[in-house]
Design a protein around this ligand. Structure first.
Ligand SMILES: N[C@@H](CCC(=O)N[C@@H](CS)C(=O)NCC(=O)O)C(=O)O
Length: 130
């Protein structure tokens, strides 16, 4: 029964993945933010340790990756499907397995973990739209 269901859902999964791939590749992240070099350096310094836990075929992650691109941020991306260590970090740090998740480490610890693509995008936009 399990094998039958797997076979049945494979084309659906592939179709969905293809849709997300197109959205990722061709969906516009919007007009890119441009900054003076000094401001960009300050933004880069602030986000240097930030991490986005994600995976490629997750549409909510695409949303956040587009926002990161649009805002010109250099946030480290950790793909939890490609690397089991990253998956473990996410689960150990939050007790959840949900992406996207933005980690903003503090100087002395894990800091803040943020879920929900809409909340993450809103937060990034508030911090870095200039
Ligand atoms: N409302 C959330 C939805 C996030 C969500 O559903 N993410 C899926 C991946 S697309 C997930 O992490 N699922 C957990 C799982 O696959 O076990 C958002 O906007 O970020």
């Amino acid at each position: 029964m399990e094998t039958f269901l797997k076979i049945l859902f494979t084309p659906v999964r592939l179709f969905f993945r293809t849709l997300v791939w197109f959205y990722d590749r061709f969906g516009s992240p919007g007009v890119a933010v441009t900054r003076a070099p000094e401001r960009q350096a300050a933004v880069d310094a602030e986000t240097k340790t930030w991490i986005l836990y994600h995976f490629q075929s997750c549409p909510f992650c695409v949303r956040v990756r587009h926002q990161v691109t649009k805002l010109g941020l250099k946030i480290e991306m950790r793909d939890v499907l490609r690397n089991k260590e990253f998956e473990k970090e996410l689960k150990d740090g939050t007790g959840l397995y949900q992406v996207p998740c933005l980690q903003i480490p503090s100087l002395d610890g894990p800091g803040q973990w943020m879920f929900e693509s809409g909340d993450i995008n809103e937060f990034l936009s508030q911090q870095f739209s200039k």
